[in-house]
Ligand binder design. Structure first.
Ligand code: DOR
Ligand code: ZN
Length: 344
C-alpha cells in the first residue's frame, strides 16, 4: 500500500473564487493545491468583457499569498447580447480561456444568462471555428421539469441538438451528476468532455436530508440517487480522457446558507485534492488519479501539462471547521473531519 502519491500539479477546471474579502479568504485554499484554475465569471455584475476579465484577473493576482504559484484562467459569461468578435479577440489574446453558458435562472447569479440559444448561435459558430471551449451549466430551466431530472432533460432537449447543429463546437459539460451525463460524454467524441466535483463523488441525495436538512450540502446541479454517484465514480476513475477534475467549489457565507431560502453551492476548496484522493483510493484507482487531476484537463484545453509535482502523504488531515471570519465565515465540506491524505 503506497504511502505517498506524487503527481504533476493538478488544475481545477471549475472554481468560484468570488471577489473582495471572500476571495481573499478562499483563494489560498485553491492556490495551495492547484497550478491553474478556470475561474467562473458569475460575479455581480458578471464578467462579460475583456476589460472586466483583465481587471478581475489582476484582483486575483493581487490577492494571492506571497510565493504562490498559481495562474487564474479567466472565462467570459455568455449573455444574449454577447459579441462574437469580442469573445474571439479575448481568446486570441489570452484574456478568455473559455466561455461559460448559464441558462438564464438555472443557478446562482445566472439572471443574465442565455434565454434563447438561437440568439447566441453566431457566438457558437465563431467559437467552433477557433476551437474555443464552451463550458455549460447543463440543467433545463423548464419549471415543469423535476429538479432531479434537469440535467438529463437538458442533454436530451438542448445539448444534443446543439452538438448536432455545430459538431465542431468544443464543449465541457460542467459538474455532471448523472449516469446519463457520464454515458453521453463518454460516447461523445473528441469535442466533448466533463468535469466532476469531489462532492458529487462522495454524497448522494440522501445526505442532504440526513437527520434534518443540511444546507451546506445543497448545490446545483443537486446530488442525485446513489446509482448516479456510483456511475460518476466509475467515469472519474476510468482514466477516460473525457473526464477531469473541476471542484465547483462555491463559497457562500454561513448566514446565506443557513436561512429559509439558502444559496446553492458547496465549498470544497479547503480539502479538494485530498477528497478526490480518498475517492480514487477507495476505487483502487490511484494509478489513474494523475490522468483525472493533471493530464486530461490540459489535453482538452490544449494547454501544456504542469511540470511541477505535488505529493500527497498518507497522514491525517483535518479540514478546517471554518474558513474566514464574521459575516463572511464559511463552512467547508467535511469541515472538522479527518481525511486520510495530506497535500504537502
Ligand atoms: O451550486 C452552485 N453554486 N451551482 C452553480 O452552478 C453556481 C454556484 C455558485 O456560484 O454559488
Ligand atoms: Zn460552478
Amino acid at each position: 500500500m503506497a504511502d505517498t502519491i506524487t503527481l504533476r500539479r493538478p488544475d481545477d477546471w471549475h472554481v468560484h473564487l468570488r471577489d473582495g474579502a471572500m476571495m481573499a479568504a478562499v483563494l489560498p485554499c485553491t492556490a495551495a493545491r492547484f497550478a491553474r484554475a478556470i475561474v467562473m465569471p458569475n460575479l455581480v455584475p458578471p464578467v462579460t468583457t475583456i476589460a472586466a476579465a483583465r481587471a478581475y484577473r489582476a484582483r486575483i493576482l493581487a490577492a494571492l499569498p506571497a510565493g504562490a504559484d498559481f495562474t487564474p484562467l479567466m472565462t467570459c459569461y455568455l449573455t444574449d447580447e454577447a459579441e462574437p468578435a469580442e469573445i474571439a479577440r479575448g481568446y486570441a489574446e489570452g484574456d478568455f480561456a473559455a466561455v461559460k453558458l448559464y441558462p438564464a435562472h438555472a443557478t446562482t447569479n445566472s439572471a443574465h444568462g442565455v434565454t434563447d440559444f438561437d440568439r447566441v448561435m453566431p457566438v457558437f459558430e465563431s467559437m467552433a471555428a477557433i476551437g474555443m471551449p464552451l463550458l455549460i451549466h447543463g440543467e433545463s430551466t423548464d419549471p415543469d421539469v423535476d429538479v432531479f431530472d434537469r440535467e438529463a432533460v437538458f442533454i436530451e432537449r438542448t445539448l444534443d441538438r446543439l452538438r448536432r447543429r455545430i459538431p465542431e463546437l468544443r464543449i465541457v459539460l460542467e459538474h455532471i451528476t448523472t449516469a446519463e451525463a457520464a454515458d453521453y460524454v463518454a460516447s461523445g467524441g473528441a469535442n466533448l468532455a466533463a468535469t466532476i466535483t469531489a462532492h458529487h463523488l462522495m454524497i448522494n441525495r440522501n445526505a442532504i436530508f440526513q437527520g434534518g436538512i443540511r444546507p451546506h450540502l445543497y448545490c446545483l446541479p443537486i446530488a442525485k440517487r446513489e446509482k448516479h454517484r456510483l456511475a460518476l465514480r466509475r467515469a472519474a476513475t476510468s482514466g477516460d480522457a473525457h473526464f477531469f477534475l473541476g471542484t465547483d467549489s462555491a463559497p457562500h457565507a454561513i448566514p446565506t446558507k443557513e436561512t429559509s431560502c439558502g444559496c446553492a453551492g458547496i465549498f470544497t476548496a479547503a480539502g479538494a485534492l485530498e477528497l478526490y484522493a480518498e475517492v480514487f483510493e477507495e476505487e483502487g484507482a490511484l494509478d489513474r488519479f494523475e490522468a483525472f487531476a493533471s493530464l486530461n484537463g490540459p489535453a482538452f484545453y490544449r494547454l501544456p501539462v504542469n511540470e511541477a509535482r505535488i505529493t500527497l502523504r498518507r497522514a491525517a488531515y483535518t479540514v478546517p471547521a471554518q474558513i474566514g471570519e464574521g459575516a463572511l465565515a464559511l463552512a467547508p465540506f467535511r469541515g472538522g473531519e479527518m481525511l486520510r491524505w495530506r497535500a504537502e
